[in-house]
Design a protein. Structure first.
Length: 434
């Protein structure tokens, strides 16, 4: 087909009602669109067939993961331009893509059918999770979801995350390396929890053991870390043995709902609550409250989303659900603090650090891109493409305030009201000896 790029550009602009902010290069070598803009490369007509069968985000995701779509140029700029088009134009632009009854969509679909040909698309990429059935957030279903995301190879995560092996937002207190920023985050959490020699710390969703090791090595805490990932647990146990901390740190493959050996002096939950889900969040808060001694502290570090006008209509991002975090859900920070308070916690501090996560994600993307061939070999080319798109798009979302991340410090305040916190807030911002 001659000049497929011009035809695709015209279809997109008719559908969206505005000029397309990206150039398009099609499989026939044709190119159209604004000069000096990032280029959306459509490598095969199959990408169009995926869009016809699954209009919107899921069809685009399948084409991207399969390598039928790519971006040439600055990926962040491309995503930023598309984000501005979709998010800032509001519901009209979104509905034009998703509403099958929209006449613009029907016209675009006919045009795509003519270009792509009347053939069904290939099956979804192997990296896609099949639609699940049954109740959300049962122990069995949560274990499967965690395994999909985390049990993809410790070597792959080491490549992306770097030596710190911390898979959550770093804390960029000053110009420095990713490893320094991650160490600063771990230390900040320990100071907010006021950890001291001999304290019992429960690290919920302990990952590869970085928080547990830091708390035991630097503060003398006795730590129990729980995870549902067998690969994470094996990696963490080896690190702990290498550090000579087996007498202070225990790593369990265990659901947080099955921890029964409280009370603990402190609980850290870093990047784990996103997996809990709306229907289980109050249960999560109740369980952690019950595991703390009176006066004990909880540090809940969690990604949040902006509130929807109609919360009942909120739906999970299709790309994230099928390829990244199955069954993961984000909640507004107000809902999280309310659930903690309803469980009995006294919320004492909320620190929003979303800009820090954008910086962290950009570092992870750089690590991935710098060792792309090795990353694809360690997992699969499709999985590497999933992580590149997911992390780059998330960075743009943090930068545009579509999502945030917050550290919530809460206390199981005893009946006499003695919280144990100092009168002057945020003394933890002072570094020891500073």
């Amino acid at each position: 087909m001659a000049d497929a790029a011009s035809r695709l550009t015209a279809l997109a602009e008719d559908l969206l009602g505005v000029p397309l902010p990206l150039a398009i290069r099609a499989w026939d070598g044709s190119e159209a669109g604004p000069p000096d803009a990032p280029v959306l490369v459509v490598r095969h007509r199959r990408a169009l067939r995926r869009l016809l069968w699954k209009p919107g985000e899921l069809g685009l995701a399948r084409a991207w993961v399969a390598g039928e779509l790519d971006v040439e140029g600055d990926l962040y700029e491309a995503l930023d331009r598309l984000a501005g088009l979709i998010w800032e134009r509001g519901a009209d632009a979104k509905d034009a893509v998703h509403a099958l009854r929209d006449p613009r969509f029907r016209a675009a679909a006919r045009g795509l059918l003519h270009i792509a040909g009347p053939f069904p698309p290939p099956p979804p990429p192997a990296e896609e999770v099949r639609p699940r059935t049954g109740p959300l957030h049962t122990r069995r279903r949560d274990r499967a979801a965690i395994s999909h995301h985390y049990d993809v190879g410790n070597d792959f995560y080491a490549l992306v995350l770097g030596p710190s092996m911390v898979y959550s937002c770093a804390y960029w207190t000053e110009v420095g390396t990713l490893e320094e920023a991650q160490a600063a985050k771990l230390d900040l959490i320990c100071r907010k929890l006021a950890l001291k020699e001999g304290d019992r710390l429960l690290d919920v969703g302990c990952g590869w053991g970085s928080m547990a090791i830091h708390a035991a090595r630097e503060y003398g805490a006795r730590v129990v870390g729980v995870t549902l990932s067998t690969e994470q647990a094996a990696y963490a146990r080896k690190r702990i043995a290498d550090e000579g901390l087996t007498d202070r740190v225990e790593i369990r493959v265990q659901d947080y709902r099955d921890v029964g050996d409280g009370p603990y002096d402190a609980i850290s939950s870093v990047g784990m609550a996103e997996h809990v889900g709306r229907i289980r969040y109050r249960e999560y808060a109740d369980d952690l409250y019950a595991l703390l001694r009176p006066g004990g502290r909880l540090l809940n570090h969690q990604i949040s989303r902006r509130p929807e006008k109609d919360e009942a209509a909120y739906h999970v991002d299709a790309f994230i659900d099928r390829y990244v975090f199955p069954d993961g859900e984000l909640a507004p920070v107000g809902r999280t603090t309310s659930a903690l308070e309803e469980a009995g916690f006294e919320v004492r501090d909320v620190e929003a650090i979303r800009e820090h996560y954008a910086l962290t994600l950009r570092q992870w993307v750089t690590n991935l891109e710098d060792r792309w061939a090795e990353a694809a070999r360690l997992t699969s080319p499709g999985r590497a493409r999933v992580w590149r798109l997911y992390m780059a798009a998330s960075a743009v979302s943090f930068e545009r305030n579509r999502i945030g991340v917050n550290q919530i410090l809460a206390v199981r305040t005893p009946g006499d009201g003695a919280s144990g916190l100092p009168l002057r807030p945020r003394t933890w911002d002072e570094r020891p000896g500073g």
